[in-house]
Design a protein. Sequence first.
Length: 215
Amino acid sequence: MALNINSSFFKFWDKFIDLFFLNIIMLVCCIPVLTIGPAVTAAYAVLLKMVDDEEGYIYKDYFKYFKSNFKKGFVLGLIALAAVYALYIEWQVVTKMDDVNFIFIGIAIISTAIVIAALLYVFPLTARYENSIVNTIKNSFHISVYFFGKTLFILFIVALEIALFMWNKWLVLVGVLIGPMIVIYTIAGMGKKIFLKIEQDNPCPPAEDKNPEEK
């Protein structure tokens, strides 16, 4: 019996292998830390195509997107790192307080929600549209609020994925090898449906879908 290379099984493993190697490439590009922004943006650019099987030369396109989005991704990466570090400090203060202070806890929760809303769609928006950094952050926040239910569902799925990869030491290893790309793929896949909805409701989009060959 001949094997059907176009079967769902082979397509699944082909995509899985692509995600694995993309994850390795992205992690390598993130090693300087300051390049996390461009590395993640490039991953989103590729995966926004991959979710609909529109990808071309995946690895070649990744580095093209990495280069073309470097400046904006670099700045957004710094902003994201600073915001996450600020939240870390804030929660360290809250958890180490001798007395429970509901005002500080409330502020910490609100701050965390604002940061998540402002950053969740920042990198896929940067990957898909041409826009200023300020407007990209604003758009991410507005999308998070307007599509609140879908955003909560995305966060729920991502939380489940992270929890699964942290279940035991073997899954932690699997998580390191492919976990980040699985999370990005989840956000890209669900996020793209939101973007398409916005584009359909607004015939004059803020920017056209990016093509690395045009840069």
